[in-house]
Write a protein that binds this ligand. Sequence first.
Ligand code: CUA
Length: 158
Amino acid sequence: MHMHKLEKIWLIFGLAALIVFLSTIGVSAFYLGNKPPSCLTTVDPEKVDQTAPFNKPGLHKVEGKDWDYELVFVAQAFAYTPTQVTVPLGAKVKVIATTKDVVHGLEVAGTNINMMLEPGYVSEYTTTFDKEGEYLIVCNEYCGTGHHLMSSKIEVKK
Ligand code: CUA
């Protein structure tokens, strides 16, 4: 079978691109452990207050895990619990959050924490706070008339 030279080049290019893309996904999923956010952990939205860790919102020191602290947030129209929290500088923190009613957002301005909180699901993100300062937490999913009032604050200090 005769194949034009350009056709061969494109075939090789296509195959190479496919291999690169599949390898990237493979490394990301199986070596780095990336997976779709949060959809794996669920919580009964009517029993959030009684369910650990949401029965104790706030910052908790943990032992024997890959992170130093767990920062638990509960969102509801139109507030977060806790309304303010202090995190030690340099701490590796796993943010764990859910909502008691409708969909809310949890964006920590100035960081790459930006999660959607869906009723029945637990959203998690692990990060290190290595810059001192005050970080505003805002809701970036329209959730009702008080949406623009919904905020909290993380203070990072030594
Ligand atoms: Cu909560 Cu918008």
